[in-house]
Design a protein around this ligand. Sequence first.
Ligand code: ZN
Length: 242
Amino acid sequence: MRVAVISDIHANLHALEAVLAAIEDEAPDAVWCLGDLVGYGPRPNRCCSAVAARASVSLCGNHDLGVLGEIDLEDFAPDAAQAAEWTRTVLSDDARTYLEGLSPKARADGVELFHGSPRDPVWDYVLSGEAAFDALELTSDPLVLVGHSHVPLAIVLAGDDLAGGLAPGGAEVDLAAGRWLLNPGSVGQPRDGDARAAWLLLDLPRGTASFRRVEYPIDRTQAEILERGLPEALAARLADGV
Ligand code: ZN
């Protein structure tokens, strides 16, 4: 079973289309999505329909729940809240129905999946060794997948020893020894200083994980953000991958 893992698309259709094209080239058996399909970006409906068509496991994230009104936008940074409010005004019935059917956690093929973390699948960020240790302590499967931070990570717990960290594009990980926590990074708003869209290819029988990056037309997404009157900072940050 080979699985492409995507996360944090954030209504960036051009990034999503580039990633889905790269995924098709690999012809995996399944696509899993770790949530935040919408929020920040300009193309929420097309992103929801594309994920709905392709992903066999799909989670919701804090931005999806904020747009649905299931969590309070007062908990969001101002730019994120403004984008979520705008998304509410354009969200199609189909996209809303799709997002309403998603949970922030799931389990598939012996893998535990969370948008945030096992401690708090909606809001908790796994960005420190301590948080990764907690996430692996609170789970039991050999492989745990998280999104939410927009930073690709590969962290392993072998006995009491924690190792690993940032996983740049091109990183390959052997999953055979220890229990692993992986974050594929973000399709639509990377924050590790690499502006290219991120995704992850898992080969579960072989026990390998391959961190991938793909170029996309950032300027087209930026233009759409500005056309829709969304905060300029949300366009600017895409060029820097922050
Ligand atoms: Zn996100």
